[in-house]
Structures are given as structure tokens and as C-alpha cells.
Design a protein around this ligand. Structure first.
Ligand code: ME8
Length: 588
């Protein structure tokens, strides 16, 4: 304590990092204290990002792909920064609603789960989701992790046998207090009780089962959040959790009678009970990290991407379980909001569920990824319509970025098909050349772009990063338009030098855009960078050195042959195509 207060006098930054580290494992805490600050990022320590594991009671929809694309983008970005990054996704296969869905399909639960899980895997593969692990809760490695985790909590007397009586929502697999329940009428006109948060039907449940001492963790959870303002991001969700923690926090039922729920992991030592599906599911993050024998490397660097619907499970139950088990808490929980379709929640009954595979075929994989990240705002719900997708992709990928590449690499302007030379007299650092004030503004903007984009990628505000890139692409298009290189006289030496300079600067700008866009649209970026002749080992963000010739440094690109022309970067999408495809899909 004395050491902490002395350090605090010296640096509040260090105090802050020590407060954060109050929740690290003892060994990591010692390491953090001895290094003084956690500010220096240690890339060797790795990075571990997860998506929720998705229920297999229904096919994947757009929202599932959205979470996976966010996590994929973060993972790819971290890899570009040189981190050894691990990325896990998968399927949540136990519980009552999966049991009932299998029954309704007339299939054995495991056969049913395998079929749906494979649909998720196919979708992710086809959308370039580059996960390094795919976990299914029916796997043996997971069952062993859950059993071990349960035994740790049991041995610490944090689980006890009790009587649960209260409301339960099967759709959410969630227990609710009376204040979280309201009245509604179902489609047949019957009066029912529903969860105020999700709108799903709830039922009264009375059972003897195992309870977790959640109430004992309230003050530790509050301390964790108060000491870690970025534990849950964006901030509005951290505030929501702090609010919940002001309310009642009853102990949590963590098992169901096996007679009611057979499809799940039995409680160790009591085969008459099945482990609560959320406790089972949350442990997946540890299973992937190698728990219980080999998790020291990955678990302390874990970050969860989740939708706002499952915040309580991740920001209250999960940290309480982890604290109980003596494990470090996740580095951060990144929350995103939901997609609606024409202003309505996606639902089977409304028939408006968006099939992401179908739409990735219509708009291309990169097109759909770009749209989701360009339009998705973590703090608020976003609306999906095909017209919006079409308009955005045509404007930003086909016309703006694709058009720019086309102009600067077309044989008419660049007959030698090289990265032409930069002429310092035409574009001097001071005045006297042919460049005008707006051109210098553009250089400033593109020079700053990597740090702007990195800041937004880091906070998962991808839409802000993409907005900044799109604005720079527009500036570069204006730059080319302004100087109309096609009007220059190639027989005039000075004109030729200026023409080369315009193209050189434009290609340099595009090299920056292509590099920064890699985590979002990997195929398009690859095509763009390959066309510019940028080798794979020249595509890291760290070594991205924009327009070195302007700062009187050598450029490895100047004079280099361009890569092969593999066609337009992104083909314009035609409305009738979209309409026709949509019509067909509606007929299915
Ligand atoms: O809750 N918009 O699985 P789940 C954006 N198995 N994202 C959406 C969305 C929408 N309209 N709808 C769903 C479960 N999502 C549990 C998770 S984790 C240990 C267990 C995304 O199949 C979002 O990430 O219901 C949400 O949190 C998740 O899918 C819920 O998927």
C-alpha cells in the first residue's frame, strides 16, 4: 500500500495502471508493478479477440456476421501492427431452446447442432473471417474446461444448493427480477408476461438447483468499473452497467433440473442437474485460451466483442464468475448496437431476417463488410436497406476509390505502366512549383491519416476511420481533377515531369488507402496494392512511409513497374440486379 501511494504521488498514470492491475493474476500484477507502467504495448504478449458464440437454434443472420466482421477487422489490424493475435468464434449448442429446435427438426441434438454450426462456419469462411479457432460447446475440450471451472467455484463455496423461484425467459436463457417483467398479449390474444428488455415471453419457474453467490461480488464489480473507465466500451454501456449495479443483485441460479433440461453439461458430482447454459457458454473464452492447464499466455490479453443484448451476461455475471475463480478479468468488453431492417427489429415472424450469405453474394464479401463497418455505429442501432448498401458501395468503392485507381493506372495517362518519378521542383516544400494550396492540404491530411485511422480502429469506431479515408480519397480525386493531367503536353519536358508527379502523388495516396483498408476489405486492398506493385512485405501500417520523396527521402516505389491489371477494383452494382436477386430470395 505504501509503495502504491508513493508511486501515486510520482505519477497518477502509474496509479491508474496499478488500479487496473488490481484485477490481474498475482504473477501479472508483480510484472506490472516491476515495469511501472502498462503504457508500453508489448506485442509479444499477444492479443486475443472473441465474438459471442452463436446459438444454433436458427441460421446465421446479418447481426451475427456483423459481430464477426468487427472482430475480424480488429484481429487483422492487430496483425498488421505486428501483434501475435488470436481470434475465436464459434457456436453455443446447449440449452433448452437448442434442445427444442432439434426436437422440432426431428433430429438428434448433436446432429442438428453440427449442421447449423457448419452453416456458421461456411458463412464465416465465405466472408473472409480469419478466426484462428472455432469453438463448439459440445466439444470435449470445452466440457472439461466447464467442469473444472465449476469445481473451482464449488470448492471455494461460491456455489451452494438452494431453491430458485422466479421468472425465466427461455429465448434469452435468462432469469429476471419482477421489476424486469411486464404484461403483454401474445398472437393468440392470451395475456402473457414478457421481459421488458427483450420482449420475449417469460415463465414462472420454481426449482431446487445450484446458486452462485453473485450478490457477494457487487462491490468488487463496482471497483473494477470505477478503476477501469475503459473496461466496457463505448462509455454509455459502462454507465449502463454501473446503473445496474446500483440495483438489486440477487444470487444467480446456475443449474437446471436434468429432467427439464437434458441437453447440457451435467453438474460435476450431481447428475440430476445440468449446468446453466450461460455459465457453460461464457467459459468458451477460457476453453479457447487453453484453460485449465495452459491459459496463462492468452487469457490475460482477452477482449470480447458482443452485442448490447448480452451485456449483462458479459459485464456482470462473467466478471463475477472470473473473480470467484481467481482469474484476471478481460482487458475490455467492446459492445455494439443492433441492425434493424427498414426500422424494424429482424425477426422470423416479420420475415425480414437478412441472410448474410445471400447478401454477400449480391454485394460481394468486401462490399458487405465495407457497408457494415462504414455504417455501423457502436452506440446506436443502424438500419439496413439494400438501396443504402448499393448507393454507398457505388459511390465510395466503385466510383471514388475504383475510379481513382483507374485514372492513375490507365494506359492513356501511364503508358509505361510504372510508378512514375516525383519532381521536387513541380511540387516543392515551399512555393514556386505547380502545386496549389489545396494540394498541400491534401498532403497534410493523407500524412495524418494513418494515426487518425489507428485511433478509430483502436476504439472500434470503424465508421469514423472509413469516413476519414473516404474524405481523403475524395480529396485525391479532386487533386487529379484540378490538374487534369490528361490536358498536359507530353512533348514538353516540364509538363511531363508535372504529369509524373501528379500520378506519383496519387499512387502514394492510394498506397496509404490500400494499406489502411486491409482489415476492412482484404480482397479489394490486395487487388489495389498488387496493382500498385506493393509487395506483401511492404504492407504493414508501421512501415507505411507516405510520399518520402516530398521529404527528400528515397522511395522504393519510384520507377518500379506496376502490378498486372486484374480488372476494375469494384464493379458498379446495378439496381435491377439487386432487385432481381432480392425478389428471387424472397420466393425461396
Ligand atoms: O446470445 N444486430 O447468441 P445469439 C447486430 N449464445 N448484432 C446482432 C443482432 C442484430 N440485430 N442480433 C444478434 C447468444 N447479434 C449467446 C451468446 S456468448 C458466451 C453466448 C449478434 O445467437 C450480437 O453480437 O443470440 C449478439 O450479442 C449476438 O449476435 C447474439 O447471438
Amino acid at each position: 500500500m505504501r509503495i502504491i501511494s508513493l508511486l501515486a504521488v510520482r505519477s497518477c498514470k502509474i496509479l491508474h495502471s496499478l488500479q487496473q492491475n488490481a484485477f490481474l493474476s498475482p504473477s501479472s500484477r508483480i510484472a506490472a508493478v516491476s515495469f511501472g507502467s502498462t503504457a508500453t504495448v508489448n506485442k509479444n504478449s499477444g492479443y486475443y479477440v472473441t465474438t459471442p458464440i452463436f446459438y444454433v437454434n436458427a441460421s446465421p443472420h446479418l447481426g451475427h456476421l456483423y459481430s464477426a466482421v468487427i472482430a475480424d477487422c480488429l484481429h487483422r489490424y492487430k496483425q498488421l501492427q505486428g501483434f501475435n493475435s488470436k481470434f475465436a468464434t464459434g457456436t453455443d449448442e446447449h440449452g433448452l431452446k437448442v434442445q427444442q429446435a432439434a426436437e422440432a427438426a426431428g433430429k438428434q441434438p448433436l446432429t442438428f447442432c453440427t449442421e447449423v454450426s457448419e452453416r456458421f462456419e461456411r458463412l464465416f469462411r465465405s466472408c473472409n473471417i480469419s478466426h484462428t479457432d472455432y469453438i463448439r460447446t459440445t466439444e470435449l475440450r470445452h466440457r472439461q474446461a466447464v467442469e473444472h471451472f465449476w469445481s473451482v467455484l464449488w470448492n471455494k463455496r461460491l456455489i451452494y444448493k438452494g431453491n430458485y423461484e422466479g421468472w425465466y425467459s427461455m429465448q434469452d436463457e435468462s432469469f429476471l427480477t419482477p421489476s424486469q417483467v411486464g404484461d403483454a398479449v401474445d398472437s393468440s390474444g392470451n395475456e402473457i408476461k414478457v421481459s421488458l428488455e427483450s420482449g420475449h415471453k417469460v415463465e414462472w419457474m420454481k426449482e431446487e438447483n445450484y446458486m452462485f453467490r453473485l450478490s457477494a461480488f457487487r462491490s468488487q464489480l463496482l471497483d473494477w468499473l470505477r478503476g477501469n473507465p475503459k473496461a466496457i466500451q463505448p462509455e454509455c454501456f459502462q454507465q449502463a452497467v454501473l446503473q445496474w449495479l446500483q440495483g438489486e443483485l440477487p444470487d444467480l441460479s446456475v443449474s437446471r433440473q436434468r429432467s427439464r433440461l437434458q441437453w447440457g453439461i451435467p453438474v460435476p458430482g450431481d447428475a440430476s442437474q445440468t449446468i446453466y447454459v450461460w455459465l457453460d457458454a461464457l467459459v468458451n473464452y477460457l476453453s479457447v485460451a487453453g484453460y485449465p492447464n495452459d491459459h496463462e499466455r492468452w487469457w490475460p490479453v482477452a477482449r470480447h466483442i458482443i452485442g448490447k443484448d448480452i451485456l449483462k451476461f458479459h459485464a456482470v455475471y462473467w466478471p463475477a464468475f472470473l473473480l470467484g475463480a481467481g482469474l484476471p478479468l478481460p482487458q475490455a468488453i467492446h459492445v455494439h448496437s443492433h441492425w434493424t431492417v427498414r426500422g424494424k427489429k429482424m425477426s422470423k415472424s416479420l420475415g425480414n431476417v437478412i441472410d448474410p450469405l445471400e447478401h454477400s453474394r449480391t454485394f460481394t464479401t468486401d462490399g458487405l463488410r465495407y457497408f457494415l463497418l462504414r455504417q455501423g455505429v457502436p452506440e446506436s442501432d443502424c438500419d439496413y436497406t439494400e438501396e443504402k448498401v448499393l448507393k454507398l458501395l457505388n459511390a465510395e468503392l466503385a466510383d471514388s476509390l475504383g475510379g481513382l485507381l483507374n485514372r492513375c493506372t490507365a494506359a492513356a495517362l501511364n503508358p509505361a505502366q510504372v510508378y512514375p518519378s516525383f519532381c521536387a521542383q513541380s511540387f516543392p516544400r515551399g512555393q514556386g512549383g505547380r502545386a496549389v494550396a489545396e494540394d498541400y492540404c491534401m498532403l497534410e491530411a493523407v500524412k495524418d491519416l494513418p494515426s487518425v485511422v489507428e485511433k478509430h480502429y483502436e476504439s472500434l469506431h470503424f465508421y469514423k476511420a472509413l469516413e476519414a479515408i473516404a474524405a481523403c480519397v475524395r480529396q485525391t480525386n479532386r487533386f487529379v481533377q484540378r490538374h487534369a493531367p490528361w490536358r498536359l503536353d507530353r512533348t514538353d519536358g516540364k509538363d511531363q515531369q508535372w504529369l509524373d508527379t501528379i500520378i506519383h502523388v496519387s499512387l502514394e495516396c492510394m498506397r496509404v488507402y490500400g494499406t489502411l483498408l486491409q482489415p476492412v476489405v482484404p480482397d479489394i486492398s490486395d487487388k489495389l496494392l498488387a496493382r500498385l506493385g506493393v509487395q506483401r512485405n511492404e504492407r504493414s501500417i508501421e512501415t507505411l512511409d507516405f510520399l518520402p520523396r516530398y521529404w527528400q527521402r528515397d522511395s522504393p516505389f519510384e520507377g518500379r513497374a506496376l502490378g498486372a491489371d486484374s480488372g476494375v477494383l469494384f464493379s458498379r452494382l446495378e439496381s435491377p440486379t439487386v432487385k432481381k436477386k432480392t425478389k428471387n430470395s424472397n420466393l425461396k
